[in-house]
Ligand binder design. Structure first.
Ligand code: IMP
Ligand code: MG
Length: 195
């Protein structure tokens, strides 16, 4: 038991060591998510009561954001996951067309909220929204925790945005590099030598 605890601490220290600087710390993230949830909660209250609300998180990056966000939403909601990967392996730039996993089929007539970690080129959100719209939902909205301040991201329709950040590669709070750093509780810029 002690050995396992020690190993876990060593792993966490390893993650922190590779970070050059923290861009958004865990307290700011928590505060902003409360505000964002209040906005979504208010909008959901305005929707027809007899219409189902389905959250569609895009895995894997959105898992931590989703977990924190939904605990501030008191309404009856369902979660139907989808997957997407646009960064293949050790990449810090989108590979272009994202590879989408399966989407739920029964979205017709429902209110759908797409949830993702970050808006970068915008290809992922655009693709997922298009695919969802083909399933004839009552409405589709999108929510991201972070948006990069670049034209392609700003021009991508997205109703709920947590933070705008400079055009830098970031990790933590669900965001990864080559599958790592998702467990970092803050959002930070990795050191060059870690990439
Ligand atoms: P987009 O399709 O270019 O908007 O990219 C969205 C996806 O790329 C996100 O869901 C992330 O998984 C990934 N991504 C974009 N920028 C970053 C970053 O700075 N760090 C980690 N992952 C990123
Ligand atoms: Mg992602």
């Amino acid at each position: 038991m002690t050995g396992l605890v020690e190993r876990n601490i060593a792993t966490l220290r390893g993650v922190q060591q590779d970070i050059d600087r923290i861009l958004i710390d865990r307290n700011r993230i928590a505060e902003r998510i409360e505000d964002l949830a209040a906005e979504i909660r208010g909008d959901l209250d305005l929707l027809a009561e007899d219409v189902e609300v389905v959250l569609v998180p895009i895995l894997t990056g959105s898992i931590i954001f989703l977990a924190d966000l939904i605990r501030h939403l008191p309404q009856k909601i369902r979660i139907e996951v989808t997957t997407s990967s646009s960064y293949v392996g050790k990449a810090t730039k989108s590979s272009g067309d994202p590879i989408l996993g399966g989407l739920p089929d029964d979205l017709a007539g429902k209110h759908v909220l797409i949830v993702d970690d970050i808006l970068d080129s915008g290809t992922t959100i655009r693709r997922v929204r298009r695919e969802i719209e083909r399933r004839r939902p009552r409405s589709v909205h999108a929510c991201v925790l972070v948006r990069k301040m670049i034209a392609s991201a700003i021009e991508t329709p997205c109703e709920y945005i947590g933070f705008d950040i400079p055009d830098e590669f970031v990790v933590g709070y669900g965001l990864d590099y080559d599958g790592y750093y998702r467990n970092l509780p803050d959002i930070g810029v990795p050191k060059k030598e870690a990439l």
